[in-house]
Design a protein around this ligand. Structure first.
Ligand SMILES: Nc1ncnc2c1ncn2[C@@H]1O[C@H](COP(=O)(O)OP(=O)(O)OP(=O)(O)O)[C@@H](O)[C@H]1O
Ligand SMILES: Nc1nc2c(ncn2[C@@H]2O[C@H](COP(=O)(O)OP(=O)(O)O)[C@@H](O)[C@H]2O)c(=O)[nH]1
Length: 226
């Protein structure tokens, strides 16, 4: 069997993890595993972990490490025959260590975006809460203002994307993420991308993955996902 490919994408809220992950999934056929989407699925299905996670997310807090790892690691175990890109997990050093003991990563993509750019983007971010679909009123606006393209339901803005909550949230992210970034740098698998525009970062991410992902794997993955 050809070697599978495992990647993680790190970056503060608004750095473009979701946007780049979608491009990676469609260009390279990797499965995009988003912790936020997975949490929303569990909340909707009212699983035990989902009910517990909801109480933290509603307060704008991170879900505790043991709840996150209990949710994510079995999900990854189901994916042993797939190549994937993890988005939103790990977020803390404890999560990174738990992930380490479960599997070996090939590449970590870290997005380094200036604070002012993050603030500007998140100010304009609107989401469809039921699906997690993300819009930006400038970069990728919905077809009809304020309305989800697929369901026609209203879009909302996250409380913590509003300017008052943003700076504290971004600062907190930085403190929590630093040891995670340091860990992957020490392992020699960290690739950092710095720019203000996703469209300028994407060609570099794409050529990194083209070089790292075996071509037969990319073809096989595409064949199973179409
Ligand atoms: N790895 C994680 N550890 C702890 N909590 C998490 C984790 N991933 C997601 N969450 C919780 O789920 C919520 C939604 O996650 P999601 O990644 O969709 O959005 P977010 O926090 O706005 O981040 P981003 O803007 O980077 O996508 C988070 O605010 C957090 O409470
Ligand atoms: N203006 C602008 N907005 C962007 C760019 N890349 C992503 N966005 C938007 O910024 C917001 C955050 O991006 P997202 O992919 O959700 O980032 P994440 O929080 O790291 O997953 C979304 O509203 C995106 O549509 C960019 O290059 N320019």
């Amino acid at each position: 069997m050809s070697k599978l490919f495992r990647a993680v994408i790190l970056g503060p809220p608004g750095s473009g993890k979701g946007t780049i992950s979608e491009r990676v999934a469609s260009s390279f056929g990797l499965q995009h595993l988003s912790s936020g989407d997975f949490l929303r699925e569990n909340i909707a299905a009212k699983t035990e972990a989902g009910v517990l996670a909801k109480t933290y997310i509603e307060k704008g807090a991170l879900v505790p490490d043991h709840v996150m790892t209990r949710l994510m690691l079995p999900r990854l175990e189901e994916m042993t025959r797939h190549s994937w890109l993890l988005d939103g997990f790990p977020r803390t050093l404890a999560q990174a260590e738990a992930l380490n003991s479960a599997c070996e990563l090939d590449v970590v993509i870290s997005l380094n975006i200036p604070l002012e750019t993050l603030k500007e983007r998140l100010r304009h971010r609107w989401i469809h809460p039921a699906s997690g679909r993300v819009y930006n009123m400038c970069f990728n606006p919905p077809r009809v203002q304020g309305v989800d393209d697929i369901s026609g339901e209203p879009l909302i803005q996250h409380e913590d994307d509003k300017p008052e909550a943003l700076v504290a949230r971004l600062r907190h992210y930085k403190d929590v993420a630093k040891p995670v970034i340091d860990l992957y740098r020490a392992k020699g698998i960290l690739h950092m991308f710095s720019d203000t525009e996703t469209d300028r970062i994407w060609p570099y991410v794409s050529s990194l993955l083209s070089a790292k992902i075996p071509t037969d794997l990319a073809d096989a993955q595409r064949a199973t996902t179409h």
